[in-house]
Design a protein around this ligand. Structure first.
Ligand SMILES: *Cc1c(COP(=O)(O)O)cnc(C)c1O
Length: 418
């Protein structure tokens, strides 16, 4: 306990020091965003991470790799995804003058943004000569995206999934199997996402020579947060071009939901240097921030280490990781990407939380008003509009990342609202 207090004090001092330095848009050579990030892994993984890092550095400058990747995004995923102006939503919220644009990641093949990263990483792994892909999945969205990418590119795929999640998300298990993947149920711990990640890491330690581990968000040890952000930043790059084309200017505010933080970092990152563009990440307040059942890592967590990276983390007084909760399965993670932690401390991005009930209202609102059924995760970002719309200046221009479609959530919602 004494030790924990000392560490906490050191972290507080380090955070204060970070804030005095100029803002970084890339991590330092060891993969730190200020005090966050890094590689906190067993020795056997260090060489695999160095291999990945040096290979990625090379590939980042390799035009033929990006041509191949962009070709798949276009002809397989269906990119660019459009931006759509939600006029009826703006009118319903009492502000017809405000332009709300939705970035339609829900229209991607497999129904969300996760495919952008899965295809990128599997392609990268094949270039590195790997013959086997593993991944973790919680709700199954990342598992389905990875299994899809592996079927497309013809490589063996094994997905770790908590036993409880395999039961709750039966349809996604079946989808992965249809795409030829093997699903390995995990019986340790709480039998959910964080245990699945632990087992995937253990597998990777023993099979690093032929195996690549596809991480599903901007989390994990360096260089993962950078690689995933780069693949997802296609969302922000397209949005930047599209919104300029349609309105002649950049948005005043960008809103995205935050689980691990990949769809948010993907849309935010290409605007990070535009000082006049404000950004808000919306976490899940679950049953309320005053309860134990939420996933508001940046709002209520403290810096700590989980799954190989230093970041904000939901933990108890003894530093043990707490369980997370959200009605949106994709937001249900006690950690968050290190780069988000950094931008929070730098006050470049604001982080707020929306609870289960509010998210359900966002879900219904967008379905009724625009005929777009959003994922429950994305519904958090949609509802946040209602909270702030009256504080916006006249003719404000807002961009909301609609990270995925809600078909996967229809059964859950119909059980709640009847
Ligand atoms: C997984 C998922 C999320 C949360 O993950 P991030 O890494 O925070 O983007 C959000 N929306 C959808 C639709 C998801 O499937």
């Amino acid at each position: 306990m004494q030790e924990t207090k000392t560490i906490q004090k050191e972290i507080t001092i380090a955070v204060a020091k970070t804030e005095e330095k100029p803002m970084l848009t890339s991590p330092d050579l060891k993969g730190h965003f200020g005090i966050y990030g890094g590689k906190y892994v067993p020795e056997t993984l260090m060489s695999a991470l160095y291999e990945l890092e040096s290979y990625y550095k090379k590939i980042k400058k390799d035009k033929s790799f990006w041509d191949e990747y962009n070709n798949l995004l276009k002809n397989y995923v269906g990119r660019p995804s459009p931006i759509f102006q939600a006029k009826r939503l703006a009118k319903y919220l009492g502000r017809e003058d405000v332009k709300i644009f939705l970035k339609r990641e829900d229209l991607n093949h497999t129904g969300a943004h996760k495919i952008n990263n899965a295809i990128g990483q599997v392609l990268l792994a094949l270039k590195m000569g790997k013959t086997r892909i593993i991944a973790e999945t919680g709700a199954g969205q990342h598992g389905v995206a990875t299994a899809t990418a592996c079927a497309l590119l013809g490589v063996k795929c094994e997905i770790y999934m908590g036993r409880k999640d395999t039961i709750r998300q039966e349809m996604n298990v079946f989808r992965m199997k249809l795409c030829g993947a093997t699903v390995i149920p995990v019986d340790s711990g709480t039998q959910t996402l964080k245990d699945a990640i632990n087992d995937a890491i253990r597998d990777w330690v023993s099979n690093v020579t032929n195996t690549h581990y596809v991480i599903g968000s901007v989390v994990g040890p360096h260089p993962y947060p950078v690689i995933v952000r780069d693949f997802q930043s296609i969302i922000g790059k397209e949005s930047r071009r599209q919104i300029k084309e349609v309105t002649g200017r950049l948005p005043d505010l960008i809103i995205a939901c935050v689980g691990g933080g990949s769809n948010a970092m993907g849309i935010f990152y290409p605007f990070i240097k535009d000082k006049d563009v404000m950004m808000t990440g919306v976490e899940a307040a679950g049953e309320g921030l005053d309860t134990e059942h939420h996933s508001a890592t940046l709002s209520l967590g403290r810096p700590g280490i989980l799954h190989g990276t230093m970041s904000y983390l939901l933990q108890d007084n003894w530093g043990q990781v707490k369980g997370a909760h959200s009605v949106a399965p994709g937001l249900d993670y006690p950690g968050v990407g290190p780069e988000h932690s950094y931008f929070k401390d730098m006050q470049r991005i604001k982080y707020v939380a929306v609870n289960d009930e509010e998210a359900l209202e966002g879900f219904k609102m967008l379905s009724e008003l625009e005929g777009i059924i959003p994922a429950l995760e994305s519904s958090h970002a949609v509802y946040y509009l209602k909270k702030i719309i009256n504080d916006l200046p006249e003719n404000a221009l807002i961009l909301v990342n609609l990270s995925g479609r809600g078909d996967k959530d229809v059964a859950t919602v119909s059980n709640i609202i009847k």
